[in-house]
Design a protein around this ligand. Structure first.
Ligand SMILES: Nc1nc2c(ncn2[C@@H]2O[C@H](COP(=O)(O)OP(=O)(O)O)[C@@H](O)[C@H]2O)c(=O)[nH]1
Ligand SMILES: [Mg+2]
Length: 457
């Protein structure tokens, strides 16, 4: 099954192809004529090829082509042959190069996806294109893309509705998963041939989406567990002395390692969702000292839970106990209670910097220093929030978008907006991971909770 994406240059054809087949390496450019020859892209789930989409160059001389077609009077049932005659006449010549290039896949049986930019006013000079496509007799759907606002959608719909079997508004740069599925749903109705193909495509894409969310949550859960437990051990001189300068360097290396873990997790998340060109640039984290650095002051101000929430969810307990309590004796479940705030309050929680990353333990033994782990109870929540915010970026991004993926921390993180129960469950799993250490079971239970949070993003 093939679809040919047709329309004038610079209306967003390549963007639509990139979004549907999830290929962020397709050339999308603000300058017209970037696509000069037709190119076929496959929509694949795993190894299964579902259908292909052909990105074509735009129409160049539609009115002249239509005039040629109409030079002989042909009845409706002969129009397709007339278009074929046009193709046979000009193909390989240097006239109507773009028209031939785009008509080729259609004459070979591809269904038509005609793209217009509904942020520009409707002009009757498009009608020659509509008519030529209509003459091919192939099933067709018009997509109203929007490179700007959609002020002219109604006018376009009124015109396109006369020529195409269906018209649909679709923004290739903002369409989330659900909207991409909706396009496929609409394509089902184009012909009897498309229906079974698209049914299978939708089913596979939906289950792929679920497994992607599962895989992404697991990656976050693994990363958080590893970061919570990370210790750096450095051998020192026999006399055991460490200068302030050395100490500073060890600390920097410690934090850098965690930054690197986060970066790797972002890379893996991007890869799961088929973002290839994000890999090199956008997963790069801000350097130390910038406002959205993992250990930057603002990050710790905007993300994670409030002190009250930390206490209420019981996340503060592990930090207070210094990891000494064995969860198996029931200490943890006792702590995850409403009365906890009061208990902790009387213990004087003030000694713990709730919102300060600079509390990695620094212990000097005879022949080595150990840095870490970070004890702040907010640390895993901050990692979680940053991971979820990155996921918001991924889920809202289409493969037509280029440029940096913005992670907006200024409006807080998703974790504080979770329900009380969800927060407590996550807190409980984090607690166990902190106390007992990461195990496959605990990571996968944490990842289940993260997935639930992800589904709400
Ligand atoms: N904001 C926005 N810009 C778009 C959209 N579709 C295309 N563009 C922009 O329009 C220009 C042309 O897009 P492209 O897909 O290369 O068009 P083509 O020449 O028809 O293949 C590029 O600068 C795109 O970034 C859209 O849905 N939203
Ligand atoms: Mg193009």
């Amino acid at each position: 099954m093939k679809f040919a994406v047709v329309g004038r240059s610079n209306k967003g054809k390549s963007s639509i192809v990139a979004t549907i087949v999830e290929n962020d390496e397709i050339l999308i450019a603000p300058t017209p004529r970037t696509t000069r020859i037709s190119q076929e892209f496959e929509l694949k789930v795993g190894e299964r090829i579902l259908f292909s989409i052909i990105d074509t160059p735009g129409f160049e001389e539609a009115p002249a082509a239509l005039e040629w077609l109409k030079r002989e009077s042909v009845a409706a049932h002969q129009r397709r042959q007339r278009v074929q005659a046009f193709y046979d006449t000009f193909q390989g010549s240097n006239r109507f190069t773009f028209e031939c290039e785009l008509l080729k896949p259609i004459l070979e049986g591809a269904a038509i996806l005609y793209v217009v930019d509904a942020s520009h006013p409707y002009r009757p000079n498009f009608e020659a294109e509509f008519e030529i496509l209509q003459w091919t007799g192939q099933p067709s759907l018009a997509l109203l893309n929007q490179t700007g606002d959609g002020r002219f959608v109604r006018d376009w719909q009124a015109a396109l509705g006369q020529y195409f079997r269906k018209t649909l508004v679709f923004n290739a740069h903002t369409a989330r998963f659900e909207e991409r599925i909706r396009i496929l749903e609409e394509l089902r109705f184009l012909s009897d041939e498309t229906r079974p193909v698209l049914d299978e495509a939708m089913e596979l894409l939906k289950s792929q989406h679920q497994s992607r969310l599962r895989a992404a949550s697991y990656i976050l859960a693994e990363f958080i567990s590893e970061a919570m437990h990370y210790r750096k051990k450095v051998a020192v001189d026999d006399d055991g002395s460490v200068s302030e300068q050395e100490k500073g360097r060890y600390m920097d290396e410690y934090y850098d390692h965690i930054r690197k873990l986060e970066k790797n997790s972002r890379r893996a998340l991007a890869e799961i969702f088929s973002f290839k060109s994000l890999d090199s640039e956008e997963t790069e984290l801000s350097p130390k000292g910038q406002s959205d650095d993992l250990f930057g002051r603002e990050t710790w101000e905007f993300l994670g839970l409030s002190r009250t929430e930390l206490i209420a969810t019981g996340t503060a307990a592990g930090a207070l106990a210094g990891g000494a309590i064995d969860a198996s004796v029931g200490g943890a479940s006792m702590m995850v209670g409403t009365g906890l705030g009061a208990v902790l309050g009387s213990l004087g929680t003030g000694y713990l910097a709730f919102s300060d990353p600079q509390v990695a333990g620094f212990r000097l033994a005879r022949k080595a220093v150990t840095v870490g782990p970070i004890k702040s109870p907010n640390f895993p929540w901050i990692l979680l929030d940053r991971g979820l915010l990155f996921m918001v970026g991924i889920l809202n991004r289409t493969h037509a978008q280029r440029g940096r993926l913005l992670v907006d921390e200024k409006h807080g993180g998703p974790s504080s907006r979770l329900s009380k129960t969800d927060k407590r469950l996550i807190a409980w799993h984090l607690q166990k991971i902190r106390w007992i250490g990461p195990s496959e079971g605990s990571i996968s239970r944490l990842s289940d909770e993260i997935r639930k949070a992800m589904e709400k993003l």
